[in-house]
Design a protein around this ligand. Structure first.
Ligand code: UDX
Length: 436
């Protein structure tokens, strides 16, 4: 699987480092376990006691291929530990901060967890004798590590960055659903650091990989991550716009994407037009960067359009439906609640916008998702949840496919019912594609 892992270096030939990871959310857990898999000893620090208990028992709080297997393996080997205190943090050589930076109402990033983490790490490091590197993995607006993390660390640790403390930024590029694979086969590793010494420690964590290592300053590393996500998001919105134009001309945008993708300057990935992007990163990172640009007196036209196309795109499904029927009082089946397949994550999922609009227009909505119904139900307890796609489709007046789960690919499921397909999952008798 790990084509890019240098075959000359087996885990037992690599210098085993003691690493602490703050936060066992999506990024923290995958990162921690993958470090163990690379041959390091990992201590994960998590504040929520139930989560600590769960992980210690080997039970996996996220739905992500490969994570459960790594958790079982490294708990057993003793190369992965979870704790709820920072007591043993000074025993490690390097700490990775992997806490969430969610969006605030104004689009900027909420840094309260990051501030808290920097403060906790600093306090724990007061007791440390010897050098320690703190590395920010959380996605942040450029400048944050220098202006927020650095002073907080120095204040709480009573130590100086550049002397007893090292400081670095090392962004992640993990996609949900293939996070372990993405970690183990990186296209590049980005290391931003205050000095050569910090850089060298971070580099040695990744000794096994032979991919390009991009060594830059702290804010440059932060910007590489944000610009990468913004670019990918823009690529999707761009294709959605082209797709909307294609639809009016009787052209299938998927064929256009195929023809474009062979051009190596364009690349074939992230050209899938559809109902738009969701998830915990793209929407948050693009608005975080746009908000920062505005605060600096700029007008981030590309970023704003990326978000605007993405807000309107799911509503196109409703417009297409309205061309066929008056929505009020109709039973509409919504298939797919997760922001993409192979996850139970519903954050910023386009299903939210589709469902809210259907309800506003007086539809009787029933929905299904193979993994994400439990998460969705927590926020929308009153929706009509159906346990199978068949049950959801049966008796409905029309079907809207919002997530491309393979479960929805059987044309037989729909008979002659109207299907509005937001992802290109299926082709049925009575069919309307969002951009084709
Ligand atoms: C993304 C980035 O890919 C990853 O590098 C970063 O670290 C975190 O954010 P993720 O949010 O897990 O990862 O999912 P991704 O597979 O990138 O998809 C994001 C959204 O874009 C999904 O809603 C997906 O349906 C949509 N998408 C993706 C498209 O609409 N078209 C595409 O061509 C690709």
């Amino acid at each position: 699987m790990n084509q890019r892992v240098n075959p000359l270096r087996k885990a037992d030939q690599v210098r085993r480092m003691r690493i602490s990871v703050l936060g066992t959310g999506y990024v923290g857990l995958v990162t921690g376990l993958c470090f163990s898999e690379l041959g390091h000893e990992v201590l994960c620090i998590e504040k929520i006691p139930e989560r600590v208990d769960m992980l210690r028992k080997g039970s996996c709080p996220i739905h992500e291929p490969g994570v459960k297997k790594l958790l079982t393996k490294h708990l057993k080997k003793g190369t992965f530990e979870v704790t709820d205190t920072t007591d043993d943090l000074p025993e490690t050589e390097i700490t990775f901060i992997c806490v969430g930076t969610p969006s605030r109402k104004d689009g900027s990033m909420d840094l309260s967890s990051l501030r808290g983490a920097a403060n906790d790490v600093g306090k724990a490091l007061r007791r440390k004798r010897g050098y320690h590197v703190v590395t920010v993995k959380s996605t942040v607006v450029p400048g944050t590590t220098e202006t927020v993390v650095l002073p907080s660390l120095e204040r709480s640790s009573k130590k100086k960055v550049g002397r007893e403390l090292g400081l670095a930024v090392n962004p992640e590029f993990l996609k949900e659903g293939s996070a372990v694979e993405d970690f183990m086969r990186p296209d590049r590793i980005v290391i931003g650091a205050v000095d050569e010494k910090s850089k060298a420690v971070v580099r040695s964590v990744y000794e096994q990989f032979d991919c390009p290592i991009v060594e830059v300053t702290l804010p440059t590393a932060e910007m590489i991550k944000m610009a990468s996500n913004a670019f990918l998001a823009a690529k999707i919105s761009f294709m959605n716009e082209i797709g909307n134009i294609c639809k009016t001309m009787g052209i299938d945008v998927r064929e256009v994407a195929r023809g474009m993708g062979y051009d190596r300057r364009i690349g074939s990935q992230f050209l899938r037009a559809g109902a738009g992007f969701g998830g915990s990163c793209f929407p948050k990172d693009v608005s975080g960067l746009a908000t920062e640009a505005r605060a600096r007196g700029l007008r981030p036209l590309m970023l704003e359009s990326t978000l605007e196309v993405n807000r309107l795109q799911p509503l196109r499904m409703i417009e297409l439906l309205e061309n066929h029927m008056k929505i009020r009082g109709k039973k509409i089946a919504v298939l797919g609640l997760a922001f993409k397949p192979d996850t139970d994550d519903t954050r910023e999922a386009r299903s939210r916008i589709v469902i809210a609009e259907l309800l506003k227009k007086g539809a009787r909505v029933r929905c299904h998702d193979p993994q994400a119904m439990e998460n969705f139900r927590r926020e929308f307890p009153k929706l009509d949840y159906r346990s199978t796609p068949e049950e959801c489709v049966r008796g409905s007046d029309a079907v809207l496919i919002v997530t491309e789960w393979p479960d929805y690919a059987a044309p037989g499921l729909y008979g002659s019912k109207l299907v509005i397909d937001g992802r290109g999952v299926v082709r049925t008798e009575n069919y309307e594609g969002i951009c084709w």
